[in-house]
Write a protein that binds this ligand. Sequence first.
Ligand code: ADP
Ligand code: MG
Length: 272
Amino acid sequence: MLEEITATRYVTPLREGGSLPGVMEADDLGTYAVKFRGAGQGRRVLVAEVVCAELARRLGFRTPELKVVEVDPQLGAREPDEEIQDLLKASAGRNLAVDFLPGALGFEPLAWPPDPAFASRLLWFDALVHNVDRSWRNPNLLLWHGDVWLIDHGAALWFHHNWRTADPQRGFDAGDHVLAPFATAMGEADAELGERITPGLLDEVLAEVPGEWLADEPGFDGAQAVRRAYAEHLLARARGPRAWLPEPGTGAPAPREEKRSGSVGAFWRGTR
Ligand SMILES: Nc1ncnc2c1ncn2[C@@H]1O[C@H](COP(=O)(O)OP(=O)(O)O)[C@@H](O)[C@H]1O
Ligand SMILES: [Mg+2]
């Protein structure tokens, strides 16, 4: 299970994406990007975050450590922005803390041409978990200490917003995936990663999801049944036909002239 901590301070909102996570400090003296249960589509987003990040980590990707953080809405009492006050009120209790990577930069494929093997493994992973949020406009990749770190998997596993639509064979549209044009070794990535998706690995990953975020899911008899459904879906996808696997080197390269997501380093430097 993920470690449990208690938030001690709301520092600032992170406005690059859409869900308004907040930088928070906690009683373990850590600093975290906190993703709130009360944001947008609710607790299923946090489930997707945990499942995908913990799976990615076990497949060899870098992704910040996750903890469960207890949030008291009073911590936002002095925030002038009412939207943030409301978000914290709707999120009283347990939320997801993502270890904050200080000074990380937003990933730029033009500045840091990715290695084809890495690009292929990442595209394979995103296709496996139906992650539609890795576009060149908003890659949700951070450059930190010379490595690429994966963040923000809240939009993945989107079938869970209506479990009847869950289809392990569903294709993946790699059209605007930030690394698709560099992913020229999809066969190798598939051979390497496919066999690492085992029932044991998936059980281990699903065990990390707090039961509270899985309880009362319509159509399921308790949190354990929901865990089993995620594991069976991912196993069926990894073991079944490859209709979902993107072709090597598809997608358009990011246009040079467009402004993409900025640097989070700027925020961090400004606070020191
Ligand atoms: N662990 C982290 N370390 C540093 N910066 C982060 C971290 N998590 C998020 N951020 C910054 O905050 C932004 C929004 O967070 P993200 O998880 O992508 O949420 P959203 O759902 O709003 O897109 C990211 O694009 C990134 O700039
Ligand atoms: Mg994001």
